[in-house]
Design a protein around this ligand. Structure first.
Ligand SMILES: Cc1cc2nc3c(=O)[nH]c(=O)nc-3n(C[C@H](O)[C@H](O)[C@H](O)COP(=O)(O)O)c2cc1C
Length: 270
């Protein structure tokens, strides 16, 4: 499973070489930016900022987790035209599709949260006419790592912690997942990135569907981003196994089980 191996090795890059990406490569990226959002151009756009130095200087101490801004030679902003849940979900879905392309081109990337940066500064940096920009993508060539230092690795949950049989808490055996052709998909989809690596996704196997839910204590819209990302990887992993369906979004009242709340996001027909 080539895509599975890609996902297992995918990681956030937080240290970049100072040199810029060549104009030829930036031009190739611009072409991808235009085509990647498919039919959703009116709601989702990517904006490339070639001069990363300026963005970094202005966002130092403000962007990223607790103001730890990632210093990269270039950034791509994810611009959403509204705050609908579906726009956020698909914005993240396409951002991850873009990340996959950039990784294939030998570039390293890291999502950077800028939700808490003031609106005035964002308008000054990204332009007056932009919609909501809450996430950037840092990208460039990864700084060479000392081969004697262990690579940073973010832990992932075991399959039985996030895949259930019809209802939260009821487990499935690996054999049952294998018989449905889902064992490999869930093995690899765990490597999807998520905000602070919280891995909020939970999957229920129900009749001939896989349902995606998000587990949370306090709701925050960044959870929609985590959903879009995992939906993208689930779809391409499933496609590599011959399944051609696409996620359908689904709205339901949130549930609470053992003091954890769950929001239903979508359904994938097997
Ligand atoms: C929506 C989103 C926002 C993120 N924001 C940041 C950020 O502001 N700073 C950062 O260092 N990493 C950020 N990350 C990266 C995650 O922390 C990272 O993907 C996760 O810890 C898993 O590690 P890995 O990508 O190396 O597998 C973000 C990831 C996502 C999906």
């Amino acid at each position: 499973m080539i895509i599975g191996n890609f996902l297992r090795n995918r990681k956030s890059v937080r240290e970049f070489r100072k040199n810029s990406v060549s104009y030829e490569v930036l031009d190739e990226i611009k072409e991808h930016l235009n085509s990647i959002v498919e039919e959703n151009k009116d709601k989702i756009q990517f904006r490339l900022y070639e001069n990363g130095k300026h963005i970094y200087k202005e966002l130092e101490g403000k962007g990223g987790y607790a103001g730890v801004m990632i210093d990269s030679p270039h950034y791509i902003a994810l611009e959403l035209k509204d705050k609908d849940s579906s726009t956020m979900i698909f914005g993240a879905y396409y951002m991850e599709k873009l990340i996959t392309r950039l990784n294939e081109m030998g570039l390293g990337t890291c999502w950077v949260s800028v939700e808490s940066v003031g609106e005035d500064l964002k308008k000054r940096l990204f332009g007056e006419s932009t919609g909501e920009i809450d996430y950037l993508l840092s990208f460039g060539y990864e700084k060479r790592q000392n081969p004697f230092n262990a690579e940073p690795f973010s832990e992932r949950m075991a399959i039985e912690e996030f895949v259930f049989d019809g209802e939260i808490g009821r487990g499935l055996t690996i054999n049952e997942l294998e018989s449905k052709g889902l064992a490999d998909i869930f093995y690899y989809v765990r490597f999807a990135p998520s905000t602070k690596n919280l891995q909020p996704w939970r999957f229920l196997i129900k009749d001939n569907n896989v349902e995606l839910l998000l587990a949370y204590n306090e709701w925050d819209d960044h959870l929609f981003m985590d959903a879009g990302i995992v939906m993208y990887y689930f779809e391409i992993l499933a496609k590599s196994q011959g399944m051609k369906a696409k996620w359908e979004l689904k709205e339901e009242a949130d549930k609470e089980i053992d003091n954890i709340k769950y929001r239903t996001i979508g359904k994938y027909r097997l």
